[in-house]
Design a protein around this ligand. Structure first.
Ligand SMILES: NC(=O)c1ccc[n+]([C@@H]2O[C@H](COP(=O)([O-])OP(=O)(O)OC[C@H]3O[C@@H](n4cnc5c(N)ncnc54)[C@H](OP(=O)(O)O)[C@@H]3O)[C@@H](O)[C@H]2O)c1
Length: 330
């Protein structure tokens, strides 16, 4: 059986380019006994992959050159001689590829609990959990507080905005362009900033949150973080989930004046969702209820065909995607 995969051909410098990747077809041959053959149905595209494509040391090892780009997928068992039957849905870390063989202990069965399987890569997966862990454990958001979220229409940001609303906060969201800002209003964001139409983000945030902010959920870094630190109220908290504006930069970027945190007894804390996986089961239970009741809405941008994984990935840094980018494999 033929399977196509997208390999990392060279390490991106600055904005990733299509030529940094290579599409390669291979013949899987017969499946070895004890292995299952899995066909990926949805493949996740994530910003963290950019850091791991770089050759420098980070919190996790770099992706290897000439190998399939690793990442989360939802697949379906198509051949097996063990207890996992063909048709079973599985979560895998098999990355940007169509079909692969795995030992049963390398994959995890998925109970979709009435949700579309692909939501377990986005709103009901690590993206959604990042928002949940960041707001509950790291920022400890309280009812009546003002929450500011950047990349607010994105996979993580859109969940952070809606959880903020559910937790009783006033929510200010920043996104690029009128369509994404309209979506934010649709999901109940109280004040919306189109950062691409603003020359002074601090002034825009002051208009959106005249009394300041209690919590900033950072997806972007840069000017957004600067503005948020300046607007922080006494005992404010900043949860750093990511800083996508710096992912294509070569080296450290200038940061905000952290002296401002002292007088306000404020706190800033980064987190890795991987350290909060103990919350996943509880979170999925809540999220299934929120989606069913309409309390949480989500958008995915679906690209058909594994050959489009580089395009979807590059789109993350250009604002091309709306919500979670996913590759669908027919
Ligand atoms: N800590 C963890 O364990 C963890 C886990 C998951 C995700 N994350 C991080 O969380 C953040 C959000 O992840 P996601 O998967 O939901 O991706 P995402 O927010 O959907 O990422 C794409 C969006 O980022 C925005 N963006 C890109 N470049 C930007 C720039 N220079 N300035 C301002 N905005 C920019 C764009 O939004 P607009 O279209 O609005 O411009 C774009 O649509 C990322 O930083 C990611 O690395 C961290």
């Amino acid at each position: 059986m033929q399977s196509r995969a997208v390999l990392l051909r060279r390490r991106p410098v600055g904005m990733p380019m299509p030529d940094d990747f290579e599409l390669r077809a291979s013949d899987l041959g017969p499946r070895a006994r004890g292995f299952v053959r899995v066909k990926n149905r949805f493949v996740s595209i994530d910003p963290y992959m950019r850091g791991r494509m770089a050759g420098r040391a980070g919190y996790a090892a770099s992706f290897a050159l000439g190998e399939t780009v690793p990442g989360r997928t939802i697949g379906e068992v198509i051949e097996s001689d063990g207890p996992l039957k063909p048709g079973a849905l599985v979560r895998t870390l098999s990355g940007w590829r169509e079909v692969f063989d795995a030992r049963p202990d390398e994959i995890e069965t998925l109970d979709p609990r009435g949700l579309p399987p692909e939501t377990f890569l986005g709103v009901a997966g690590v993206s959604g959990l990042s928002a949940y862990a960041g707001l509950t454990r790291i920022a400890q958001l309280k009812p009546g507080e003002t929450l500011f979220v950047s990349a607010a229409s994105g996979a993580v940001g859109s969940v952070a905005c809606q959880l903020g609303r559910i937790m009783g906060a006033r929510v200010v969201g920043s996104a690029g362009g009128p369509a994404k800002c309209a979506f934010l209003r649709e999901i109940g964001v109280d004040a919306v900033i189109d950062y691409k139409a603003e020359s002074d983000l601090a002034a825009a945030l002051a208009r959106a949150a005249p009394g300041g902010i209690d919590v900033y959920f950072d997806n972007v870094g840069g000017a957004h973080l600067d503005a948020a630190v300046g607007a922080l109220r006494p005992f404010g908290r900043i949860a750093i989930c990511g800083m996508i504006s710096a992912y294509n930069a070569d080296g450290p970027q200038p940061g905000p004046n952290l002296m401002q945190l002292v007088g306000r007894s404020a706190r800033i804390e980064g987190f890795l969702t991987a350290n909060h996986m103990d919350l996943m089961e509880r979170f999925i239970g809540y999220m299934a209820g929120w989606i069913a009741s309409g309390a949480v809405k989500y958008r995915d941008t679906i690209y058909d065909g594994i050959e489009n994984a580089p395009r979807a990935f590059i789109g993350l840094f250009r604002g091309d995607n709306f919500g979670k980018p996913l590759i669908r494999i027919a």
